[in-house]
Design a protein. Structure first.
Length: 253
C-alpha cells in the first residue's frame, strides 16, 4: 500500500507572529520555519504503518518555495521514502488558497496513485481547515477528518474520531483521505543518521505550470490586524459585587 502525506512549510509554532508594516499579512523575513505540526503527525502515522508492514511506501509532498525542500527532507528523515515538491513562489498562506492547493494535490495524487492520503487537519498559518475535505471531494474518495485512531485491514480502514459526545468510529474502503488530530500519535525526532540518509533520498520537482493548475485567489484579504490588547482583570470583594459587575458593567446577566 502506498501512502501520500502532505507536508506544509509554516512559521514555527514557537515563534511569536508579527503583522507586517503594510498590514497585508504576517512578517516572514528572518523567521524560523518548520513543518506544520499536524503534518508531522501525519508523517509519523504513515511511517508507523510502514513499520507495521501495512504500508510499503511513504511519499511526502509539499507545495511552496525552494526552501520547502527542507520540509520534505524532514519528512524523509522521519522515515518517508521519497518526496514530491511542487515549486511556487506564491505565498502559501495568502494567495495560494485551499482550493488551489487541493487541485494541485489532486494532480499529484493522480500521478503518484496512492492508496491513502494523510493530511494535517489544518495548517497553523491560515487555519483554514479546508484542504483535506476539498481533496476528498475532487477525488471522489471517502474521507475521515480529525482522526485520533487509524486501523487498516484488508483494504478497509477503521477510523476513530473525537466528537462532542465522545468517540465516533467510521469504516470505509480505500483509497481514502484522512486528516490527523493531535491525539493520533506523538511524532518522533529524526536521528542524525536518518537526517544524513534523507539527503540521498529522491525528491521530484514539479511546478504549478507543469500541472496546469489555476491558482487565481477566490478570497481577497483586505487587512491584517493585531488582536486588541486584553485588559487587565480585577478582583472583587464578594459574590454580591461580582454579580453587580456582571449585571451592570459586563451586561452578561
Amino acid at each position: 500500500m502506498r501512502v501520500l502525506v502532505a507536508v506544509k512549510r509554516v512559521i514555527d509554532y514557537a515563534v511569536k507572529v508579527r503583522v507586517n508594516a503594510a498590514k497585508t499579512g504576517v512578517e516572514m523575513k528572518n523567521v524560523k520555519m518548520s513543518m506544520n505540526p499536524f503534518d508531522e503527525i501525519g508523517v509519523e502515522q504513515a511511517v508507523r504503518m510502514k513499520e507495521a508492514k501495512t504500508a510499503t511506501e511513504v511519499i511526502a509532498v509539499s507545495i511552496g518555495p525552494k526552501q520547502a525542500t527542507d520540509t520534505i527532507r524532514t519528512a524523509l528523515a522521519m522515515g518517508a521514502d521519497k518526496g514530491v515538491h511542487v515549486q511556487t513562489e506564491e505565498a502559501t498562506d495568502l494567495t495560494l488558497q485551499p482550493l488551489a492547493v487541493a487541485k494541485t494535490l489532486k494532480s499529484v495524487i493522480e500521478k503518484v496513485q496512492p492508496d491513502l492520503v494523510i493530511m494535517g487537519k489544518q495548517a497553523i498559518d491560515d487555519d483554514s481547515c479546508n484542504t483535506p475535505q476539498m481533496v476528498s471531494q475532487l477525488m471522489g474518495w471517502p474521507q475521515a477528518t480529525f482522526c485520533s485512531g487509524i486501523d487498516i485491514k484488508d483494504k478497509t480502514m477503521q477510523v476513530t474520531r473525537e466528537v462532542d459526545g465522545g468517540l465516533q468510529v467510521l469504516s470505509m474502503p480505500l483509497p481514502a483521505v484522512v486528516s490527523t488530530d493531535l491525539r493520533l500519535n506523538e511524532p518522533r525526532y529524526a536521528s542524525l543518521p536518518n537526517i544524513m540518509k534523507a539527503r540521498k533520498k529522491p525528491i521530484e520537482t514539479l511546478t504549478l505550470a507543469d500541472l496546469g493548475i489555476d491558482t487565481t485567489p477566490r478570497l481577497k484579504i483586505l487587512s491584517v490586524e493585531d488582536p486588541p490588547v486584553r485588559e487587565a482583570g480585577i478582583k472583587v470583594a464578594d459574590a454580591t459585587e461580582l454579580v453587580d459587575k456582571l449585571q451592570n458593567e459586563a451586561k452578561c446577566l
